[in-house]
Design a protein around this ligand. Structure first.
Ligand code: SRM
Ligand code: SF4
Length: 586
């Protein structure tokens, strides 16, 4: 429980920047118009996040540029807002064309169902945003201290329930958008509102939230959105085939810092059942409670999970009930059994088809012999003007959706022409692997992630093949730092970057995302980790109980309950020394 201290701590600098920004305007319009610099000022760097963009530099070039006495290779990353990950073929074609224009000519699908562009030069930002606007896309609130891209079921057409959940997610996403017109003024030449008065932000207030905020909607039995990692989660309650409402979860979050025990990943608590019409009122109450009680004096302690950990879930629930006028019922949602996307062809309730395509790390790029970007452009051209579209999944994969029976064979032909159908025949581990972006664009990366993943997966596949486990779904996730962007603390095998080629190794999360994993090796190379885990994987093949998942096996048979397991060199997982018997009482 929180202890109130009498002397208030000073607010962090970001609070001053937000409060002086006149609802996120700051000096951004002038700075983006200034062609004499490749970046923006430090204060603006914080504000641009609210408009879906980050300043980055190409870290592969850093050393050479420094040696040559030159400035960093500054560029921007832009993240699109795409609730539930839906994009039309027309939008896809424009996104594809735009992506070819930047320093990193690829489209990157993220772990929150949207697109990122990397390597956008400052002068390219305004044209990029304007082009997105022309296809009804924007980057508003894709980053920043607000409710970010809302995650939702990938295939609403699959059933009427999925469609309703998608509508509720979209409704909440719209409701929780900031009211500020700053984005339109900075990038779209909209004039300031009459009288120059900033508009009201009834839910967020003038300083928005203390920190980022994330929402996900899940439909059991699939926990594809990792609902327990979200600040706010809605788990569909399906009774007699109808959507009865949602179980609401709060206080999930994964970011932490190595060596700082006051930061930690946290699984969300369940508040209880609500009906569909109460979604926005409850969401509003959760956000305003966090707005008023979240820690604005320490950004490492400012997420909702810390407010709840400090003040207790009962206090939080009472506050949300008071503010929303909603009384939570007993939880009633069904169980989660999987997180995996559906790969290959499946038929929707409306007779159309969808094809789930695995894309390692969500990177859509053309490489010699692997023309993923071209293939998807051809599919977009084929689907334009039809009911078909694209859906981005929370596992960085893609679903080609709404394909009519007549077009199915043509999509198949394009997939076969470029060899993409083979992507879905990969190992169970590969199909369940996630990585964050990390180097060379992420300024926070301590180690490789996306670029290291293919090699890491291949090394584990060799072990899995030897054990006859090639098609077993085992989740492996890697990030270049402890911020947790690929949700590694919810993986059965989690790697978290510590230094170049050094990772903290975590084991034993529940496959369906309901239990965090535990640290077993604080700093290990990938090769040593493979050696360390090979005997564990072999034991799993031989000793698992019927239907037992790898993470559950590790929890039951490998990890001791006191969680002090240590990996010693490559000698295998060594249990802690048995406590010495205490001397008999005199
Ligand atoms: Fe993330 C920061 C990439 C999902 C936790 N994340 C970043 C930045 C913007 C680095 C920065 O602040 O300078 C990364 C940009 C890298 C790049 O070059 O593109 C970045 N995060 C990503 C993406 C693209 C990873 C990916 O490979 O897909 C994901 C974009 C999601 C989206 O579309 O909105 C992404 N980030 C996540 C997730 C997973 C999720 O939301 O489901 C998490 C963990 C869940 C959570 O928030 O607790 C996550 N990102 C963070 C954090 C730690 C937050 C914390 O509470 O401590 C940071 C650092 C920060 O905020 O200070 C961060
Ligand atoms: Fe960057 Fe760390 Fe997020 Fe990876 S986990 S994208 S290294 S902030």
């Amino acid at each position: 429980m929180i202890s109130e201290s009498s002397a208030p701590k000073p607010l962090v600098a970001n609070e001053g920047i937000k409060s002086a920004s006149r609802h996120l305007r700051g000096n951004l319009k002038a700075e983006f118009a200034d062609a004499s610099t490749p970046n923006v000022s430090a204060d603006s760097e914080q504000l641009i996040k609210f408009h879906g963009t980050y300043i980055q530099d190409d870290r592969d070039q850093r050393i050479a540029l420094k040696k040559a006495g030159k400035d960093k290779a500054w560029m921007f990353m832009l993240r699109v807002r795409l609730p539930g990950g839906k994009a039309t073929p027309k939008q896809w074609l424009v996104l594809d064309e735009l992506a070819s224009q930047y320093q990193f000519p690829s489209l990157r699908l993220t772990t929150r169902q949207t697109f990122q562009f990397h390597g956008v030069l400052k002068g390219q930002m305004k044209p990029l945003v304007q082009r997105l606007h022309s296809i009804l896309l924007d980057a508003i609130a894709a980053c920043g201290d607000v409710n970010r891209n809302v995650m939702a079921p990938v295939n609403p057409e699959q059933s009427p329930v999925q469609e309703l959940v998608y509508q509720d997610a979209k409704g909440w996403s719209d409701y929780a958008l900031p009211k500020s017109r700053a984005y339109h003024e900075i990038f779209l030449d909209e004039e300031l509102v009459a009288g120059g008065e900033p508009e009201q932000e009834p839910m967020y207030g003038d300083t928005y939230l203390p920190r980022k905020f994330k929402t996900g909607f899940a439909v059991p039995p699939s926990n594809d959105v990792d609902v327990y990692s979200q600040d706010l989660g809605f788990i569909a309650v399906i009774e007699n085939g109808q959507l009865a409402g949602y179980d609401v979860t709060v206080g999930g979050g994964l970011g932490m810092s190595h060596g700082n025990e006051e930061t930690f990943p946290r699984i969300a608590d369940t508040l209880g059942f609500i009906t569909r019409d109460q979604v926005n009122a409850v969401g509003h109450a959760v956000i305003t409670t966090q707005r008023d009680h979240g820690d604005r004096t320490n950004r490492k302690h400012a997420r909702l999970k810390y407010t709840i950990a400090d003040r207790g879930i009962e206090w939080f629930k009472a506050e949300v009930e008071k503010r929303s006028g909603v009384t939570f019922g007993a939880p009633r949602a069904g169980k989660f059994t999987t997180i995996q996307d559906q790969h290959g062809w499946h038929q929707n309730a409306d007779g159309t088809w969808f094809y789930g395509l695995h894309i390692l790390s969500g990177r859509i790029i053309d490489r010699e012999g692997w023309m993923m970007k071209t293939a998807l452009r051809e599919i977009a051209q084929l689907l334009e003007g039809t009911r078909g579209d694209f859906r981005l999944t929370p596992s960085q994969n893609l679903t080609i959706s709404g394909v009519t029976p007549e077009l199915k064979a043509k999509v198949d032909a394009i997939l076969a022409k470029y060899g993409l159908e083979k992507e879905n025949e990969r190992s169970g581990l590969r199909l369940n692997a996630l990585s964050c972006v990390a180097l060379p664009t992420c300024g926070l990366a301590l180690a490789e992630s996306e670029r290291a993943l293919p090699d890491i997966v291949a090394k584990f596949e060799t072990v899995l093949d030897e054990c006859g486990l090639r098609h077993d779904a085992i989740s492996l996730r890697i990030t270049g730092c402890p911020n947790g962007c690929a949700r590694p603390y919810l993986a059965e095998i989690g790697f978290v970057g510590k230094a170049p080629n050094k990772y903290a190794l975590y084991l034993g999360a529940a496959y369906q995302g309901t239990r965090l994993n535990r640290l077993v090796a604080p700093s290990i190379t990938i090769d040593d980790a493979v050696k360390l885990l090979a005997p564990v994987i072999k034991r799993y093949a031989l000793e698992r109980q019927p239907g037992e998942k790898f993470g559950d096996f590790c929890e039951r048979a490998i990890l001791p309950q006191d969680a002090t397991f240590h990996a010693v060199g490559t000698g295998g997982l060594v249990p802690p020394a048995a406590p010495k018997p205490s001397a008999p009482a005199a």
